[in-house]
Ligand binder design. Structure first.
Ligand SMILES: Nc1ncnc2c1ncn2[C@@H]1O[C@H](COP(=O)(O)OP(=O)(O)OP(=O)(O)O)[C@@H](O)[C@H]1O
Length: 340
């Protein structure tokens, strides 16, 4: 069956308004991002700190509150029954929340303890999540549903009677995932879900994410991280973000083994490889700093740090071209490939 879209972003721009003294600036945190997420996808969204990943997650959630401003483009969420929700149809955050949050798209932020109110027991959290879209649910039914979901993620029944602070980091992260997906949303966005965990616990959380998708509790996952070595263990596709833009998208293997964008190449070389051939090549780092997003460099935003920069790179922005099916890149080294 053809790819069934779940989330479609077309040339999306969202900027923060920032006041410095009496002058107002715009931080171009998401600046012309296009991405399609399909049913079954686990998309890894990777990039250095400050490149706009969390802001892009807010855009995906259609959660635009000041100082963030939606500048333009299209965000569309497609439900299992074919309904389309567009960012432009919503007048307020409350409307977004009551219409799509939890039910069609869920977000697990970076810090799991913040995601769960530490002073509320897991069963009350489950009750509140379910009640937000099923007004007639009872507490005993909510507890039943919560226990079933916790069990699917290898968590014991008694977790429902605990407070989040009584759980270990890994258990808490899994409890957050179970609670966030109680209403079986089509899309789950997880922001750095494993970065504070040890390697063994990381693997358990990655397994839980796969389990959520396998059981159909979610259709698609967007996994946000700065760590390409973690995401490659779970994602079937990777989108690489740099300075407010997606610079490369492709299936995980081709991104890892044949990176096209010099920034992707740098990211891969900057992590310790588990494969012997990778270890032999050694670890390097990307020189320089990511740009200021108030006044990003002209042309390709990576050109001041790029070892292959040509004159054109500092003059004109490269288009995001499809070099082969499912493989897109925005780099002057690859313009004109794939019949573009
Ligand atoms: N409330 C805000 N007001 C102004 N600028 C902001 C605000 N929040 C974020 N930014 C800026 O927007 C840009 C993107 O930030 P964002 O948090 O989306 O990046 P990120 O890739 O998620 O980083 P990290 O991995 O560190 O969470 C950064 O330059 C950041 O300083």
């Amino acid at each position: 069956m053809a790819n069934e879209p779940r989330l479609i972003l077309k040339d999306v721009r969202a900027y923060y308004r920032q006041l410095k003294g009496t002058t107002e600036y715009q931080v171009k945190a998401v600046d012309g991002v296009s991405l399609e997420v399909y049913k079954g996808d686990i998309v890894g969204l990777v990039g250095e700190s400050g490149c706009g990943k969390s802001t892009l997650a807010k855009v995906m959630m259609m959660n635009i509150v000041p100082p963030l401003e939606y500048i333009g483009g299209e965000v569309e969420l497609v439900s299992r029954d074919g309904r389309k929700f567009r960012i432009t149809q919503f007048k307020s955050k409350d409307e977004v929340k009551s219409t799509i949050w939890g039910k069609h798209i869920a977000y697990v932020p970076q810090d799991a303890l913040n995601a769960l109110m530490p002073t509320i027991k897991i069963k009350k959290i489950a009750y509140d999540v379910l009640r937000s879209h099923k007004k007639d649910v009872t507490m005993s039914r909510a507890v039943e549903i919560a226990k079933e979901r916790l069990k699917e993620l290898d968590l014991p029944d008694y977790v429902v009677d605990l407070y989040p602070f009584q759980l270990s980091g890994g258990m808490r992260q899994r409890a957050v995932l179970a609670m966030a997906t109680l209403l079986s949303p089509e899309v789950l966005v997880v922001d750095e879900p494993t970065s504070a965990l040890d390697v063994t616990t990381q693997k358990i959380v990655l397994k839980s994410l796969l389990q959520l998708r396998k059981l159909g509790f979610v259709d698609s996952i967007i996994f946000i991280t700065h760590d390409i070595s973690t995401v490659r263990q779970i994602a079937n596709r990777i989108a690489v973000m740099y300075a407010g833009k997606i610079v490369e998208v492709g299936d995980t293997d081709s991104i890892i083994w044949e990176p096209l964008h010099p920034y992707t190449d740098g990211l891969i070389k900057s992590v310790a490889s588990i494969e012997p051939e990778g270890r032999e090549k050694g670890i390097s780092y990307i020189p320089g700093q990511p740009p200021n997003l108030i006044d990003p460099p002209k042309g390709c935003r990576f050109h001041p740090r790029c070892p292959y920069a040509m004159d054109v790179c500092g003059e004109k922005e490269p288009a995001f071209v499809e070099v082969k099916p499912g493989r897109q890149v925005a780099c002057w080294l690859h313009q004109g490939r794939g019949g573009q």
